[in-house]
Ligand binder design. Structure first.
Ligand code: SF4
Length: 331
């Protein structure tokens, strides 16, 4: 595939960035992990916030970020915390793998900061987006942090729908100074101006450089994708409660609902609805819906992975949202 060249001239590109940066200085969001544009960002704050912001909105992250930073103010403090404590603090944010990766990365970053792209990519949880976001915001690395918001902006700006072309065009758009501010300005633009529906083009600093706007074609970019229908899966959950205590197990491994999190015992997931299955709880994951039949009538068949936990101590335990719904279910 031939990679297209940036359709803006060097002068247009520079003028677009100046307009964007000026807009950011006036309209950029004030966020607890973000430094003023004239100051250097706190590396630890950038890493924690970028882990939290994956798949999660800014408004949800803000209170979690503040509490997290208060409890563990730097990489050293976080690296000395127990994983159970970190997971418990993460409770409600979901995608607990991020918490484990952050904790593992803290153990490395407390001693040294990677100096090459390869080392960055070797850190737990640091995919291309994380490397670009952290690298540019904390160290001015010349990398574009291409998430969904930025892809939408560049798709409209360059009238391009192909993912590989977009990545190359977006990278060629970036100049080598203030790369962190440019990425953050684009994040803000995507969140408040170049929105998925009804973009506010009249307020946009890139209006004069935006090919789809100039050619009255904004509605065609990015091309609409047909969303695949999510399948439904079924599971039995065993809620054994006796004398104010409930049986929980620590779910080991890396998969869904695992990675050191606690929960009531579950059967395996099933693709077909079993006979007499009653749907007590519904929950939606990224790739499927899960219907849960909560069994409360059987005596526990205890094994070494199970433990009794007092119901009034559950707030001290890292419980995923699905488990909270199952435990609260009254049937
Ligand atoms: Fe997005 Fe409109 Fe700005 Fe183009 S002019 S980048 S479509 S907000």
């Amino acid at each position: 595939m031939t990679i297209k060249v940036n359709i803006l001239t060097i002068q247009e590109n520079l003028a677009a960035q100046q307009a964007l940066l000026k807009w950011y200085e006036q309209h950029g969001r004030v966020l607890p992990w973000r430094a003023h544009y004239s100051q250097k960002a706190d590396f630890y704050h950038v890493v924690v916030s970028e882990f939290m912001l994956q798949q999660t909105t800014v408004s949800t992250v803000i209170p979690y970020f503040k509490k997290f930073i208060e409890k563990w103010p730097d990489f050293k403090a976080l690296s000395e915390a127990s994983l159970d404590d970190v997971l418990q603090q993460w409770q409600g944010l979901g995608y607990y793998r991020r918490a484990r990766f952050l904790w593992q990365s803290a153990k490395i970053l407390k001693n040294s900061i990677p100096t090459s792209l390869r080392e960055w990519q070797g850190l737990p949880g640091f995919g291309p987006y994380m490397v670009a976001a952290v690298g540019s915001i904390a160290f001015e690395a010349p990398l574009i942090a291409l998430d969904g918001n930025l892809k939408r902006i560049f798709s409209r700006l360059f009238k391009e729908n192909d993912e590989k072309q977009l990545r190359a065009l977006a990278q060629s758009y970036l100049h080598e100074s203030r790369t962190g501010d440019i990425n953050q300005a684009l994040m803000d633009l995507g969140s408040g101006v170049c929105t998925p529906k009804a973009p506010k083009c009249f307020d946009c600093p890139l209006q004069h450089f935006c090919k789809s706007y100039q050619e009255k074609g904004v509605a065609f970019y990015p091309a609409k994708k047909i969303k695949p229908v999510k399948p439904t899966r079924y599971v039995y959950a065993y809620k054994w409660v006796l004398e104010g205590k409930i049986v929980l197990e620590k779910r080991e491994g890396q998969g869904l609902l695992q990675g050191g999190l606690m929960g009531v015992p579950l059967s395996g997931f099933m693709d077909q609805k079993p006979e007499n299955f009653i749907i007590h709880v519904k929950h939606t994951f990224t790739h499927f819906h899960l219907y849960v039949h909560v069994c409360v009538d059987k005596q526990p068949l205890m094994n070494s992975a199970y433990t009794w936990v007092a119901l009034n101590k559950l707030e001290d335990v890292a419980l995923p949202v699905l488990m909270q719904k199952i435990i609260k279910n009254k049937d």
